[in-house]
Design a protein around this ligand. Structure first.
Ligand SMILES: Cc1cc2nc3c(=O)[nH]c(=O)nc-3n(C[C@H](O)[C@H](O)[C@H](O)COP(=O)(O)OP(=O)(O)OC[C@H]3O[C@@H](n4cnc5c(N)ncnc54)[C@H](O)[C@@H]3O)c2cc1C
Length: 321
């Protein structure tokens, strides 16, 4: 089993997350090239039924009340104990708010290499090469993976969730919880859901997005009017959300939401990599910025170098007139 590929199953409220299936698909594609088995590592409490839905050759199941919610610490000590006892070729972990902590913790505890923010993984000349984002995606690094067991935290949305088999899983093996769970420093008490969002920008077909160029909260009214006239929803870059001008559910980007509308109309947004990450896949991008060198123009289909207020008012007049 030395060549097997292990995947940490992330789940929330009784459902494996999408990125878990993306990593299982990735593991299967690598496995298909060298015949390695794919192993899913499922931790929780009362999650046996989930094991039956996971497409892997083997599901290793650890159940314990202290794993009821997957906190980084409880997940990391459990994962490290399993990997230490039987090292795989690769340990694939979602690069989510949970997985980022878990991957770093496990790699340090086992003294294994960690490739974080991985967005590509393929065999080249018989060697596995991972592509990882550095500096928030400004630089991409290709990393050759040597013979050591390696931890990879992979970005959500970077890999397709296809090529998954077998369904249902080959075998399900239950393991005892590790003794380290008795000495946790953190415990989860309750799972609180955020307040329901007023709109779901990830499903919107048209988005008018505003950035710091809008200058003040009062000016949002103009952008909202434009959005309404276009049949679009209003979204924003992070600084506006941090300032409390719009709720977090309207933030586009790395630490916000990824959107893929038919139209993304960006007003006064510079186009930082963290913002582009959330909207660059929109079908049509129109950007208005008074700075001709603004990076948003690098992804825009149409760019307008102009004052956003002049453009928004002229457009409103045309749409409403
Ligand atoms: C870990 C991390 C995560 C992050 N996550 C996110 C994220 O999820 N989403 C996000 O958006 N950012 C995120 N950021 C922040 C990101 O780096 C940028 O700081 C942010 O996107 C900038 O927002 P902005 O474009 O609105 O503001 P600015 O960069 O200040 O740009 C304002 C733009 O408006 C233009 N402008 C000004 N006045 C006018 C006018 N009258 N007419 C036309 N144009 C005008 C300017 O030329 C400028 O280009 C993150 C940063 C980090 C470090």
């Amino acid at each position: 089993m030395a060549q097997r590929i292990a995947v940490l199953v992330e789940h929330l409220e009784g459902q494996p997350t999408d990125v878990t299936f993306e990593l299982l698909g990735l593991a299967r594609r690598i496995a298909n090239t060298n015949g390695a088995p794919v192993e899913a590592l499922l931790f929780g409490q009362g999650v046996r039924h989930l094991a039956e839905t996971i497409p892997a050759d083997r599901v290793v199941l650890v159940e314990d009340p202290r794993l009821r919610y997957l906190t980084p610490e409880a997940t990391a000590v459990t994962l490290a104990a399993l990997l230490r006892a039987d090292p795989p070729r690769l340990a694939l972990i979602p690069n989510t708010s949970l997985g980022m902590d878990v991957a770093a913790w496990v790699a340090a505890a086992l003294d294994w290499p960690l490739i974080a923010y991985c967005e590509g993984l393929e065999a080249r000349d018989g060697q596995l090469v991972a592509t990882a984002q550095l500096f928030g995606g400004k630089i991409l690094a290709d990393v050759r993976i040597d013979d050591r067991p390696t931890v990879i935290s992979a970005l959500a949305g970077a890999f397709a969730a296809d090529a998954m088999q077998p369904e249902p899983p080959g075998t399900i093996e239950r393991r005892d919880p590790p003794s380290e769970l008795a000495a946790l420093h953190t415990r989860s008490v309750v799972l609180e859901r955020p307040e329901a969002a007023d709109v779901d920008i990830t499903r919107a077909e048209k988005i008018v997005a505003v950035g710091r160029g809008i200058e003040s909260k009062d000016n949002l009214e103009l952008a909202e009017q434009l959005a309404q006239a276009l049949g679009a929803v209003l979204a924003a870059s992070r600084p506006l959300v941090d300032a409390g001008w719009l709720p977090r559910s309207r933030q586009v980007g790395k630490s916000g939401l990824k959107v893929k509308p038919k139209l993304y109309f960006a007003l006064g947004i510079s186009g930082a990599p963290e913002h582009l990450e959330g909207m660059k896949d929109a079908e049509l991008i129109i950007a208005v910025n008074k700075d001709p060198k603004a990076p948003i123009f690098s992804v825009a289909d149409y760019g307008v170098v102009a004052d956003l207020f002049e453009v928004a008012e002229a457009l409103l007049e045309r749409l409403e007139g």
